[in-house]
Design a binder for this molecule. Sequence first.
Ligand code: SME
Length: 178
Amino acid sequence: MKGNTAKMNTKSHEFIDNTIYPENKQESYNLIHAQLKALLENETHVIPNLGNASALLYLALPDTNWVGFYLIKNDELLLGPFQGKPACIHIPIGKGVCGTAVSQGKTIVVPDVHAFPGHIACDSESNSEIVVPIIIKDKIVGVLDIDSPVFNRFDDTDKEGLEEVVRILASGCNWPDY
Ligand code: SME
């Protein structure tokens, strides 16, 4: 609109729509990290940045059926931005894979969710899962959660690649800002 001086970020993200990700996992993560940094340029608010991060990962990572975030709110995990089927909204700390990643303060890789005691099934198609805590100044503010219909989908390259994704989000957003 002519004369509108309000702050606008109308930058196109078409470069992501047209990406063909390398078959080599490490190379693919290198590209994902660069694209995520580009998405975070000029914006520090947690909600749009986590929304775009979940969309990027859902596009880029093969064999995933749910990619999203849970954020700590009132001493529990509350559903945040995600891609996939509607999911459970509240997860107590210490429950499920997500709550366990928070209580243990570390990434949890689950090769077979049916063998994980207390796993919370949000999508019956999920067979394996990875949950990475988001840590700001030694405090966990939320988790990145990714589900796959493929058993044993997540290896060490995924763990390290997704821990870097979370570090980029931790330093590129203004926490807590939701
Ligand atoms: N499976 C998770 C719950 C969240 S859904 O996968 C989206 C858990 O056990 O914590």
